[in-house]
Design a protein around this ligand. Structure first.
Ligand code: NAD
Length: 468
């Protein structure tokens, strides 16, 4: 077996030889990825069930079909995305050709988490390969079933001179990060995000950090409680709450809370039956460590719905907590499980103030029958993404960038944003070799007349019109 150094050198050599640059090569890798998903759908679904008790429905909807959609989009648009982008010129550059070239960075490292272990490895991988990079993929060691498929099966579908899967936990990833990469794309917790960024800084390697946080969900008094309850419960309990963009807590008035509680109970029973533990549609907590952490959070405030747990089955019932204090752990850390606290506020202004005195979240949700209220929450807050009157539907659109801001991350991807993330935007200007008479205007000896002329010639007219 190759040593880590040998593997990285092999990938660097491939990149330097220019092998990954042609559109045909990139398309062949994307088609390989597509075949991987098609041929191994069953295997992946079994692995996701083993790791997270993920139902085939959730696996298909949130992992496999999203990966496939990204591949199809990249294949359809690859040549257009790769094209040099012409830019507007000023008078001084009228005879030149000015454009942005999207060139691959080189050797890219993708580090993925366990909660959507197919989606969050393959979707960045699509962008990195489409952009013509060589890639080291480091899946999560926690989602073991999926890690095995990605390590053993995926490489058979890709050119191994430009792609490798490397395995390991914190220690091995720490060692990997000592090496120089040309780009690092990390999805995971803010704590590890800091470790990754510190390691990247040593080599001045650019990073995308897709992190987490607490996503507020404001519910206005004007809403239909059952509609809101259905939508909040669906997105909160999807994948047993282990979703970075899940609504983390509800902010509403005491009166709305009273209307929401029975509606949430009805939604939970409708989705998962009288005994959610027996439902094939409810996921399980990924590990004993996470289970222990979540069980601790059940002690915050007062349990209004659910609250049951079974360690042997890593089961936590869909739960709603009330009367939680802002200082309690459930309101201090990202919940990342099937627990929904409801925090009461006196007004919309108070809700906005509550949101704004915390870290900027990855997603923010506002429910109201008045579009003015939804737009007010949008205008007065900041977050990676925003959705009015629903859960994380905004991230299902590849035409929207997906990423955080502030503590929830930096950079974005999905669709063309992925291609652009994994491409260096090189500023290019090609000047004809002659016409020295015209260009010598700028040389010393300087004069006020030359200065006037040059300032006019270099003015940005903001149009791409050409004189000739
Ligand atoms: P994590 O940060 O513990 O691990 C992520 C990756 O980093 C794994 O591959 C892991 O092996 C590696 N890692 C762990 N410790 C490390 C260390 N000390 N040094 C180097 N590498 C290390 O995250 P997780 O528990 O796998 O995932 C949950 C977190 O990810 C949550 O905070 C969630 O919000 C976030 N997340 C964000 C997004 C997003 O798109 N923004 C998506 C999913 C999950």
């Amino acid at each position: 077996m190759d040593s880590l150094e040998d593997t990285l050198q092999r990938l660097r050599d491939t990149f330097r030889a220019g092998r990954t640059r042609p559109a045909e090569f990139r398309a062949a890798q994307l088609k390989g990825l597509s075949r991987f998903l098609r041929d191994n759908k069953q295997l992946l679904q079994e692995a996701l069930a083993e790791d997270l008790h993920k139902s085939p429905f959730e696996s298909e909807m949130s992992e496999i079909s999203i990966g496939q959609g990204e591949i199809d989009k990249a294949l359809r648009n690859l040549r257009a995305w790769m094209k040099d982008e012409k830019v507007s010129k000023n008078l001084a550059t009228q005879l030149d050709s000015a454009f942005i070239r999207k060139e691959p960075f080189g050797l890219v490292l993708i580090i993925a988490p366990w909660n959507y272990p197919v989606n969050l490895t393959l979707v960045p991988l699509v962008g990195a390969l489409a952009a013509g990079n060589c890639v080291v993929l480091k899946p999560s060691e926690i989602s073991k079933g999926t890690e095995k498929v990605l390590a053993e099966v995926l490489p058979r579908y890709l050119d191994q001179s430009c792609f490798a899967v490397l395995l390991g936990g914190p220690e091995e990833t720490g060692r990997l990060l000592e090496h120089r990469f040309d780009y690092i794309f990390f999805t995971g917790s803010p704590r590890v995000g800091r470790i990754v960024m510190t390691a990247a800084a040593k080599h001045l390697t650019p990073v995308t950090l897709e992190l987490g946080g607490k996503n507020p969900c404001y519910v206005d008094n004007s809403c239909d409680p059952q509609t809101v309850a259905n939508r909040v419960a669906f997105f909160r309990y999807f994948n047993a709450g282990q979703t970075c963009v899940a609504p983390d807590y509800v902010l509403c008035s005491p009166a709305t809370r009273e209307r929401l509680l029975p509606a949430l109970q009805r939604a939970i029973t409708r989705f998962f039956g009288e005994d959610p533990q027996r439902s094939p549609n409810l996921g399980r907590i990924i590990s004993e460590k996470q289970f222990g952490r979540l069980q601790g959070l059940l002690g915050c405030g007062r349990v209004a719905i659910g609250g049951q747990s079974d360690e042997g089955d890593r089961y936590i019932a869909p739960t709603v907590l009330v009367d939680v204090k802002e200082t309690e752990p459930v309101m201090q850390e990202e919940i990342f499980g099937p627990i929904l606290p409801i925090v009461t506020v006196g007004s919309l202004d108070e809700a906005i103030e509550f949101i704004n005195r915390r870290e900027k979240p990855l997603a923010l949700y506002a429910f109201s029958s008045s579009s003015r209220v939804v737009r007010r929450v949008l205008a007065c807050t900041s977050s990676g993404g925003f959705c009015g009157n629903d859960g994380f539907m905004h991230m299902t659109l590849a035409s929207l960038p997906f990423g955080g801001v502030g503590a929830s991350g930096m950079g974005s991807y999905h669709g063309k944003f992925s291609f652009d993330t994994f491409s260096h935007h090189r500023a290019c200007l090609l000047r004809p070799p002659g016409l020295e008479k015209i260009y010598s205007l700028r040389y010393p000896p300087y004069s006020p007349g030359k200065l006037r002329l040059l300032l006019v010639a270099m003015e940005d007219r903001g149009c791409s019109c050409t004189l000739l």
